[in-house]
Design a protein around this ligand. Structure first.
Ligand code: P6P
Length: 338
């Protein structure tokens, strides 16, 4: 029986291997993992825990907040504010940044998260998840911390991951040395390494997009999907399958597990917005995970991780997954741009 490697041991070994990650980052990631365990417990209770349904409020995005959105946000804030490894946090559920209170020591890291992604699926028992991204406070930023300190391109991340609350609770993580997956052993109460060096196949026969928006897409995306739908009689010469969970965490987890391409492109419903998904705590962490697993992640026009953010809750068009498919869609955008 192979020895079980816990998340703690994996992180200690990442720290020990030529100091790949500093101890403060290891501690941060262990705290985030513990917070995800608590969120998993609350999610798993569902109606029994009185946590389903809406909270009667809206978030900064103008989206109706579910009770579990707020619970997950509070769990992450309370778990991380006292440890001394963070300067501040930012969340999809909060307008501004949350600076660590003076009663606690300030650290050098910035934590960003979508506390419960896919929350429209909570009440119908479909997989949801927590997405997180870790940046370092910029050198010379001084004692304080501001929203400006968060506005770093995704290639500056030092850690990124998500925890998916599905048939299993699985934490998926990168610290820049590939992607590893840890499944929660509920009997032990610990995350156990179940896969490392995750690789996304460069080709796929599976695309994920919300087809109800087809009439709103721009030409390159329309062309790409039409060719997939044309199947083996069309220019692609093969049939495609479609999946759309409406939880980015679930769609990305499937792509990391077996390949595929995910698209949430710009569409003309809100032409002044570049897309629906948020750059800082959805596209950037997922984009880095996908790249670390050999895939690609672009906005259709540029690498997600190269985008210089202008606002904390900035949105972006997202095309990510199997490298050859992402490059095809990006090529159609380049062609359309002339
Ligand atoms: P639609 C969930 O609300 C989310 O932010 C992502 O997790 C998901 O991929 C997308 O929105 C689903 O959007 O328009 O299909 O409901």
């Amino acid at each position: 029986m192979p020895q079980k490697i816990s998340l703690t041991r994996y992180l200690v070994e990442q720290q020990r291997v030529d100091g790949h990650i500093p101890s403060q980052l290891r501690l941060l990631l262990e705290v985030v993992a513990r917070a995800c365990k608590s969120i998993s417990q609350a999610v798993n209770k569902g109606a029994l825990g009185g946590v389903l349904g809406t909270a009667g409020s809206e978030n900064v995005q103008g989206e109706v907040q579910k009770k579990l959105d707020i619970i997950a946000n509070e769990v992450l804030i309370e778990a991380n504010e006292w440890g001394g490894h963070l300067a501040a946090m930012a969340s999809e559920e909060m307008d501004g940044i949350y600076v660590v209170p003076n009663r606690y020591p300030q650290g050098e890291y910035l934590l960003l998260f979508d506390p419960l992604d896919g929350s429209s699926n909570i009440d119908v028992n479909v997989s949801i998840g927590t997405i997180f991204s870790v940046l370092k406070k910029p050198e010379g930023a001084g004692a304080g911390v501001s929203e400006q300190d968060f506005l770093q391109p995704g290639h500056r991340q030092v850690a990124a991951g998500y925890c998916i609350y599905g048939p299993q609770t699985t934490l998926v993580l990168t610290v820049g040395d590939g992607v590893a997956m840890f499944t929660l052993d509920r009997e032990m109460g610990s995350f156990v390494l179940t896969q490392e060096n995750v690789q996304i196949p460069p080709d796929t026969k599976e695309f994920a997009i919300n087809m109800s928006n087809m009439r709103h897409w721009d030409a390159p995306v329309r062309r790409y999907i039409d060719e997939c739908l044309a199947g083996k009689d069309g220019p692609r010469g093969k049939d495609f399958n479609m999946r759309w969970v409406a939880s980015m965490v679930a769609d990305v987890h499937r792509i990391l597990s077996r390949g595929g391409v995910f698209l949430y492109p710009w569409d003309k419903r809100e032409p002044d917005k570049p897309g629906k998904l948020r750059l800082m705590y959805e596209a950037n962490p997922m984009g880095w995970l996908v790249e670390q697993a050999g895939g690609a992640a672009t906005s259709g026009r540029q690498r997600i991780l190269d985008i210089q953010p202008g606002k904390l809750h900035e949105r972006v068009s997202v095309i990510l997954g199997s490298k050859n498919e992402v490059e095809r869609v990006t090529g159609y955008h380049a062609g359309a741009a002339g």
